[in-house]
Design a protein around this ligand. Structure first.
Ligand code: DHB
Length: 388
């Protein structure tokens, strides 16, 4: 197989990149080890930054985000039962959109297939060869185990946190890493929204996030031990945990039809580009979920990389690709900080002392009681400008 850009991974980053490249007249092949059904139906993130929505709409990747997505002009930060609204619209004149990641993926897959994209599901990338040459290759195999080689002018690793592509750069595990001593117990339930906006709540028992998916399905999370087995808690116990972490709020309960435990990690790969191979999205970095930066960061990487690939492949100009890592790392580390900050400010660490708890409350007050504090949160949450 011969193509201009070989993209490993049909998540938001890989598919959006193939979409933008197609518009620039650059053909690509996208492979993903998962089935189309698995890609389209796995429940992941839910919040899109303003700039992410603009990028999807302006590029023609999704129009449904405007009709099906719900605009949120703020969030509630709840501290020991006391609610504080962070009014994004007033503070920074921007908003976010609640539009689940799997809907973004359905839109992208439909668009890509309608435009004739070579998109292969259940094709696993094994390794990248000759990353420093003008024709790097991806060795793949399909479900029958038959190996094939995709030869390209450039290879992009958009293959998530267990990236195979990363091994061709500084090594699969090579990066800056931090693990947190807690996780999120996540549920989907059939119920109307408990509140008009998302509630980020901290209480002596730990953190909870009351999020949404639609008028009839809600997504909620509470801080838990990473070793918890999701099947081990009864529905009554789950609701009791959620109620105790959002004191004073009336949560509307309903049947729980999905549950999972999300690990908390921060990671940035040491190298994001080598020769004619680059990493985007979770292959390049992982953030803990608090603050909803993961998918937005992936889209931001892709916008920068696509410009660099256009310059390289259409004009033979390597300057932007040479700057790719430095350019995206500026945003990545801001998002790493924001995700770490929201996480550490809102969660109760298992080994926290009384000093830690009181300092954290002081930190929360410095944010909610100050327009400057709320503005920083609003600016980061709704997203920094995507391109200059
Ligand atoms: C969701 C997840 C987040 O991490 C977040 O900060 C907000 C919303 C969600 O899945 O709905």
């Amino acid at each position: 197989i011969r193509t201009r850009v070989a993209i490993i991974g049909a998540g938001p980053a890989g598919l959006f990149l193939s979409h933008l490249l197609h518009r620039a007249g650059i053909e690509s092949v996208v492979v993903d080890a998962r089935s189309r059904d698995a890609v389209e139906n796995t429940i992941r993130a839910g919040i899109l930054e303003h700039g992410t929505v603009d990028a999807l709409v302006e590029s023609g990747a999704s129009t449904r985000v405007l009709t099906e997505g719900l605009r949120h002009d703020g969030i509630e930060l709840r501290v020991d039962g006391e609610g504080h609204r962070i009014d994004f619209a007033d503070l920074v004149g921007r908003s976010v959109f609640l539009y689940p990641q799997h809907e973004v993926l359905r839109d992208l897959i439909a668009t890509r297939l309608a435009e004739g994209q070579d998109l292969r599901f259940e094709v696993t990338a094994l390794r990248i060869e000759e990353p420093d040459s003008a024709t790097p290759r991806v060795v793949v195999h399909d479900t029958t185990g038959v190996e094939q080689v995709i030869e390209a002018d450039f290879v992009v690793g958009a293959d998530g946190s267990h990236s195979v592509a990363r091994a061709a750069l500084s090594g699969a595990r090579s990066g800056y890493f931090r693990e947190y001593p807690f996780a999120w117990f996540g549920i989907l339930c059939e119920a109307p929204p408990s509140a008009p906006e998302l509630i980020y709540s901290t209480s002596p028992g730990g953190f909870a996030l009351i999020s949404q998916r639609s008028a009839s399905v809600q997504r909620m999370y509470f801080q838990c031990d990473p070793a918890v087995d999701p099947a081990s808690l009864s529905e009554e116990r789950i609701w009791a945990e959620l109620r105790s972490r959002v004191p004073g709020a009336d949560l509307i309960e309903g049947p729980i039809f999905q549950r999972d435990v999300l690990r908390f990690r921060s990671f940035v790969a040491h190298d994001l580009r080598r020769g004619r191979v680059a990493l985007v999205g979770d292959a390049a970095h992982t953030v803990p979920p608090t603050g909803a930066k993961g998918m937005n960061l992936a889209i931001a990487d892709v916008l920068i990389l696509e410009r660099a690939l256009r310059a390289l492949l259409l004009e033979n100009d390597p300057r932007l690709i040479d700057d790719y890592a430095e350019t995206v790392l500026r945003r990545i580390w801001k998002a790493q900080h924001f995700s770490w900050w929201m996480t550490s400010m809102l969660h109760v660490a298992p080994d926290a002392t009384e000093f830690d708890r009181l300092r954290r409350l002081g930190e929360l007050r410095s944010v909610v009681e100050s327009r400057a504090g709320r503005t920083y949160l609003a600016e980061a949450y709704t997203g920094w400008p995507l391109t200059d």
